[in-house]
Design a protein around this ligand. Structure first.
Ligand SMILES: [Zn+2]
Length: 156
């Protein structure tokens, strides 16, 4: 049963759907452009790039929009790094992400999971103060190169 009013609201709904699709396409293009710029910059600047080999289990499509965008972006980021490293003759190393955010990069003590809102923490064993992301990055570097092997971490 159609009455003029529901038809009009249906037309408005269609319009809204169209502009939503347009907006989403634009946002997706902007993300892709950004990832292209970022990965080209990284691959040109560095000879070895180390990333976490995130489990596909954690990257499965889900219905939470922000999460599925983050997952899709990570997959795209990694794919771009893979083929651009090939193009430029650079090396991409993916390491097991296990415990990278739990272990103290200085003494190796595992103080367990920390909620994402904890950005800084102090090791309860050696009292080193850590920035969450930098500590994890150092752990990722250690996993790829247990002896150091002349690699230095660049935080930029
Ligand atoms: Zn420690």
């Amino acid at each position: 049963v159609l009455c003029p009013r529901s038809l009009e609201s249906f037309t408005n709904w269609q319009k809204a759907q169209k502009s939503k699709a347009k907006y989403q396409a634009k946002a997706a293009n902007q993300r892709r452009d950004y990832l292209h710029k970022l990965t080209t910059h990284l691959v040109k600047q560095y000879d070895v790039i180390i990333i976490e080999d995130l489990k596909t289990k954690n990257l499965q499509k889900n219905h939470h929009l922000a999460k599925s965008i983050a997952n899709a972006s990570w997959r795209m980021f990694r794919q771009m790094l893979e083929y651009k490293c090939e193009w430029y003759g650079k090396k991409l190393i993916a390491v097991d992400p296990k415990n990278t955010s739990r272990i103290c990069s200085k003494c190796g003590y595992n103080s367990g999971a920390k909620p994402l809102e904890i950005r800084e923490w102090t090791c309860s064993k050696c009292q080193t103060k850590h920035d969450r992301d930098i500590n994890a990055a150092v752990n990722i570097l250690h996993k790829a190169t247990p002896t150091g092997q002349g690699l230095a971490m660049v935080t930029s």
